[in-house]
Unconditional design. Structure first.
Length: 97
C-alpha cells in the first residue's frame, strides 16, 4: 500500500473525490457506473499531473546564466575555498595531510 503514495497524486485524488461526491449528490443513479471510471482514471491523471509539475520545474532551472550570475558564483566559490583552506590549516597546521 505504501507504493500507492508514490504513484497517485494527492491533488488528483482530491479532485476525483469531489467529482465522485458531486455525481453521488446530483445523479445518484449514475454513481455505480461512475465509481469504477473514477478509480481507473486516478492513475493516468496522476501521471499527467506529475509530468506537468516536473516539466514546469525544468523550465525554471533551464534559464541561461548571465555573466553577472557566473561572476557572483565564482566569487562565492573562491570565498568558500579560502574558508576551507583555513579550516584545513587549523586541523593540520604543518600540512602533513
Amino acid at each position: 500500500m505504501s507504493l500507492l503514495r508514490y504513484c497517485l497524486d494527492r491533488r488528483v485524488l482530491a479532485g476525483l473525490a469531489v467529482v465522485g461526491l458531486l455525481v453521488a449528490l446530483l445523479a445518484p443513479q449514475a454513481a455505480g457506473r461512475a465509481l469504477p471510471l473514477l478509480l481507473v482514471a486516478a492513475c493516468p491523471l496522476s501521471m499527467a499531473a506529475m509530468a506537468f509539475t516536473m516539466g514546469r520545474g525544468d523550465r525554471h532551472s533551464a534559464a541561461a546564466p548571465t555573466v553577472e550570475s557566473i561572476r557572483r558564483e565564482l566569487g562565492e566559490l573562491s570565498t568558500r575555498q579560502r574558508q576551507l583552506e583555513r579550516d584545513m590549516a587549523a586541523i593540520d597546521p604543518h600540512g602533513q595531510g
